[in-house]
Design a protein around this ligand. Structure first.
Ligand SMILES: C[S@@+](CC[C@H](N)C(=O)[O-])C[C@H]1O[C@@H](n2cnc3c(N)ncnc32)[C@H](O)[C@@H]1O
Length: 538
């Protein structure tokens, strides 16, 4: 790929990652709150008080263990806050500090831990020699086997760098066996899907060669059995949450959050504390007593074919939730394509719970095989990823080109619209007060299009809604003020718009102030609250 395209792709990926972080997978319980004992999951050092918990653990042949509401829960109720049992870098070729998970560079000028020579953000890193960061035990192991220097030497070899970072969390869990045996034992009770993984030769061989053999041969862990390493790999893949704020990126295992079952339209939302890496789990809408408490392991802005593949590959199950079962994805139609033959019909899967089912037009006899659909989606996704996330004409060009191929609510179209909602009004040349009325109207329309779908797929108190409502308020306000100045709006319409601005700000504030202090989302919540005060709204 040419360098510029690669750079743009990276930028767009960063933007998409941000979006994905905003939709992140799983979350969890206060250390003094777990009811694990009643289900034979022994809490490390735990003193449990099950009566106070808003949930209990149940078990089913399909879901395994999962959480259920003990009483009616209101939207926004805090279910749990818990610190990680284990934390480590994500599997990525982007180097991060082992103490705080912020990006670092693999070059000679980068600060390295004095003892083990692994790149760190700096000597003052708050995670140095801390349980949530670079521990003394880890440092000794890396130093003894000269792994820090080996990582720096691997600079430019993406697969190798990725592998070094992939191994860190697995090593950290193995080290717990000696210095925190109760935590280690607790982690080992998590689902690893070892038998299913073993049956997948390609997957098993990947872990055998890239993890088991490398740890035993190069990382000095020759006394650890292959069986234990494989089990930990499975546990990490099945149960980890990807977290991070303000550019930090890490993956964590949490004591109770791992028990949440998946649903593609979940009833909880979670975030994480940038200081402690604790996960904060809340209900995003009301949940009835005895109803399952769910979160999404997948990205909201992906179609059923891709979401189900993703969950099957990493979590080893085929999702059959209401969204996946419905060819129109809860009425959003966010996987449908425009029929290339009759140009008026929509092409959808004939049986969305069968990955290999044929796709068919609802108006004519046009059909497509699933492999062709995947090829098409990959090609268009690649195209989107190569557009710089700040390139407004590029993103609008994408919309123009692909709205004829993909349906208007297609997730790739929505992904481009999300980027546009975010950048219109925020970047040089397109700041809100300097934007033309046409561009203000476009921003407003993109926000409305996006919100209409997110209201269905991520309803309630979800970060994505909070962010878009904030963007929407700005666009409506600006349009209304401009029209007022030119006499292009009646007083009653102006007042109606202001009422909508207030509703957007109130909801956005209520959602975003739930985010931890020190995050950009929380700051936006503070700005929404300030705007309401300025408008004289209590
Ligand atoms: C993070 S674990 C959840 C806890 C797990 N059920 C247990 O007993 O340890 C994820 C696993 O739970 C099961 N699971 C979660 N949600 C599911 C769903 N919607 N359908 C089927 N299986 C699900 C799958 O086996 C999946 O790999």
């Amino acid at each position: 790929m040419p360098a510029k395209k690669q750079k743009n792709k990276k930028k767009h990926q960063q933007h998409q990652q941000q979006l994905q972080q905003q939709q992140q997978q799983q979350s969890t319980t206060n250390s003094s709150q777990s009811s694990m004992e009643s289900n034979n999951i022994n809490e490390p050092g735990g003193d449990s008080s099950p009566k106070q918990l808003p949930y209990r653990i149940e078990k089913s042949s399909v879901l395994g263990r999962y959480l259920v509401a003990n009483r009616d829960l209101k939207a926004g109720e805090l279910l749990t806050i818990e610190e990680p049992l284990a934390i480590g870098p994500c599997v990525s070729a982007d180097a991060v500090c082992l103490g705080c998970y912020m990006p670092v560079e693999l070059k000679e000028t980068q600060f390295c831990c004095e003892a083990c020579k692994w790149p760190m953000c700096g000597p003052q890193c708050g995670g140095l020699h801390q349980p949530t960061g670079h521990t003394v035990q880890e440092c000794e192991l890396l130093r003894e086997h000269k792994l820090g220097a080996a990582l720096t030497a691997a600079c430019g070899k993406a697969d190798l760098v990725k592998n070094y970072y992939e191994l860190i969390l697995i090593v950290r869990i193995l080290l717990l066996k000696h210095h925190a045996p109760d935590k280690y034992a607790y982690i080992l009770q998590m689902e690893s899907h070892t038998e299913l993984r073993k049956a997948n030769t390609e997957l098993w061989q990947h872990y055998e060669q890239n993890v088991v053999q490398r740890l035993q041969r190069d990382w000095g862990l020759d006394t650890v059995s292959a069986e234990d390493i494989h089990a930990i790999c499975g546990i990490v893949d099945v149960n980890c949450f990807e977290i991070g704020q303000n550019l930090a990126k890490a993956r964590c295992l949490y004591k109770s959050a791992f028990l949440l079952a998946h649903d593609c339209c979940p009833n909880t939302a979670h975030t994480d504390d940038p200081q402690s890496y604790a996960i904060i789990l809340r209900t995003s809408r009301s949940i009835s007593k005895d109803e399952g408490i769910t979160l999404s392991y997948a990205y909201t802005l992906q179609g059923t074919l891709k979401r189900r593949d993703f969950m099957h590959a990493g979590k080893l199950f085929w999702c059959c939730c209401d969204r996946c079962s419905d060819p129109k994805e809860l009425g959003t139609d966010c996987s449908a394509l425009v029929c290339p033959k009759c140009k008026t019909g929509s092409v959808r899967s004939t049986a969305p719970l069968n990955q290999e089912a044929e796709w068919r037009c609802d108006r004519c006899d046009y059909t497509l095989q699933y492999k062709e659909i995947l090829k098409l989606l990959d090609a268009i996704n690649y195209n989107l990823e190569t557009i710089d996330a700040h390139n407004i004409p590029g993103l609008e060009g994408f919309l123009k080109k692909y709205e004829r191929v993909l349906g208007p609510n297609h997730y790739l179209i929505l992904s481009a619209k999300y980027s546009l909602c975010q950048i219109y009004g925020r970047i040089e040349g397109y700041l809100l007060h300097t934007m033309s009325i046409e561009n203000v109207e476009k921003k407003e329309q993109y926000c409305r299009d996006f919100l209409r779908i997110i209201n269905v797929l991520e309803p309630g108190l979800t970060r994505l809604r909070g962010l878009i409502l904030y963007e929407l308020h700005g666009a409506i306000m600006m349009r209304s003020q401009r029209l007022m100045m030119t006499g292009g709006i009646s007083e009653s319409n102006f007042k109606r718009n202001i009422k909508e601005v207030i509703r957007c700000l109130q909801e956005s504030k209520d959602i975003l102030l739930l985010e931890p202090e020190g995050t950009s989302e929380h700051e936006m919540g503070v700005a929404a609250a300030g705007a309401l005060v300025e408008m004289g709204v209590k």
